[in-house]
Design a protein. Structure first.
Length: 177
């Protein structure tokens, strides 16, 4: 099973990583390679990288699995021996089975997403997730969901406001057994 987002294949000229937001390629370079010796071109759906001294020998070249944001994608040379390319995904809801469409695929169903904290979410999403978590715990314990509890409370309030009415026929509908 994939460990989350590291992929290494001896047949590929790079190691790649992914999150739902981005893809990162790591390509080994000859020692003492500086950024000015590297040419990287990133378009919405294609990537090309090569050393300027050998423009016909591509480090990476091909159509991307999906579109990327060219304004947010970057590259840098690390320690004068590694080219790091970060591709910012446009669709941030999918795992890529491969970076370049002609390269081998991975089984994305085995990808384990990175852990996130409730504090990382905006307030509306956080409230929805907390409600879902509460409802799941209630269901596991055979207890009413938040919506069912709300209905019960409304019914009890209505009963107090109308003591003259007979509710004996509907009482059992709100009690779970």
């Amino acid at each position: 099973m994939a460990t989350g987002w590291n992929y290494e294949d001896n047949d590929l000229p790079y190691i790649w990583k992914q999150t739902l937001q981005e893809i990162t390629l790591s390509i080994k370079l000859p020692e003492n390679t500086r950024g000015k010796f590297v040419n990287v071109e990133i378009s919405r759906n294609h990537i090309t990288a090569n050393l300027k001294t050998t423009p016909d020998k591509k480090l990476v070249d091909g159509p991307l699995f999906n579109n990327v944001s060219t304004d947010e994608s970057t590259w840098t040379v690390i320690d004068q021996n590694e080219l790091s390319i970060t591709l910012e995904k446009i669709n941030k809801t999918e795992w890529w089975p491969h970076v370049i469409t002609t390269h081998p695929k991975i089984d994305v169903s085995k990808v384990q997403p990175e852990n996130s904290q409730l504090g990382d979410l905006d307030s509306e999403t956080r409230a929805m997730v907390e409600k879902m978590m509460f409802d799941q715990r209630q269901k596991q314990q055979g207890l009413p969901s938040s919506d069912e509890l709300k209905k019960q409370q409304m019914f009890e309030k209505f009963k107090k406001q109308h003591p003259e009415m007979d509710f004996s026929q509907v009482e059992g509908q709100f009690n779970r057994s």
